[in-house]
Design a protein around this ligand. Structure first.
Ligand code: AR6
Length: 231
């Protein structure tokens, strides 16, 4: 573990010293655009059917809480389409609270293609996972496991076999993963959010007192995980 974390900080340092202009390079973790960055999807708001207004309040609240603890690093909320409701809600609310837009911003793109397709290097990406920490199920979970290949499944199993709502797990991504090689992703943080979809396990049946509590815990856990990588 010690060796691995030493390697990670060496890799991060190297990234930090590389040429900022080299953002189109595809040579992986050691290229480029260099500021430690967490890209994360909006947890629970698609398949898990969590209310978007409430989720956007929680995202902005948690970003505000953690932004002072990430140094020069950045947090980026990602979604697939320009018309994303959650991106526009969060963008508006973050601006109202004067959150530094260099350190937190919203971004349209596929979280598995941010560097190669959109020129944004994010060394850490978050996954809206399922409790089994397994591939499939659609959404961002299916996309990340597919893009990362079997290396992510194996590395995930070494860290945890399941997750309870509100929790996360940091998984270092082996350099054999295409997501590492192509996108420069060194860590995936799996997060399990609260579920409001009756067709999925642990449905909260519209209990938003519990739901909001769990979503806050999920973002705290995610951002703590990122802080632990950046440090
Ligand atoms: N890149 C960026 N954002 C994406 C991508 C992508 N490739 N794909 C989806 N999103 P969801 P949840 C956005 O449904 O609601 C899975 O089946 C999407 O538009 O992936 O937490 C798991 O196995 C939305 O804004 O996650 C779980 O069982 C956000 O990612 C369950 O879904 C989250 O949508 C988790 O449901």
């Amino acid at each position: 573990v010690l060796q691995r974390s030493k390697m990670d900080s060496a890799a991060l340092e190297k990234v930090g010293k590389s040429n900022e202009l080299d953002i189109t390079s595809t040579s992986g973790a050691n290229s480029a655009n260099s500021i430690p960055t967490l890209a994360f999807p909006s947890i629970s708001t698609a398949d898990f059917q969590f209310n978007l207004e409430k989720a956007s309040d929680i995202i902005v609240e948690k970003v505000e809480e953690f932004i002072g603890r990430i140094g020069k690093a950045r947090l980026v909320l990602v979604d697939l389409s320009q018309g994303s409701k959650i991106l526009s809600l969060v963008k508006t609310k973050a601006a109202q609270k004067n959150i530094d837009s260099n350190k937190f911003f919203t971004f349209v793109g596929d979280i598995t293609r941010l560097h190669s397709q959109r020129g944004l290097h994010c060394n850490v990406i978050a996954n809206a996972a399922n409790w089994r920490l397994k591939p499939g199920g659609g959404g961002v979970n299916a996309a990340i496991f597919k893009a990362a290949g079997s290396a992510l499944e194996i590395a995930t199993k070494e860290k945890a076999v399941s997750l309870s709502p509100g929790k996360s797990v940091v998984v270092p991504l082996p350099s054999s993963s295409p997501l590492f090689a192509r996108e420069g992703v060194t860590h995936v943080i799996h997060v399990l959010g609260p579920n409001m979809n009756p067709m999925r396990p642990d449905c909260l049946k519209d209990d938003y007192v519990q739901g909001c509590k769990i979503l806050r815990e999920a973002y705290s856990s995610l951002f703590e995980g990122f802080v632990s990588i950046v440090r």
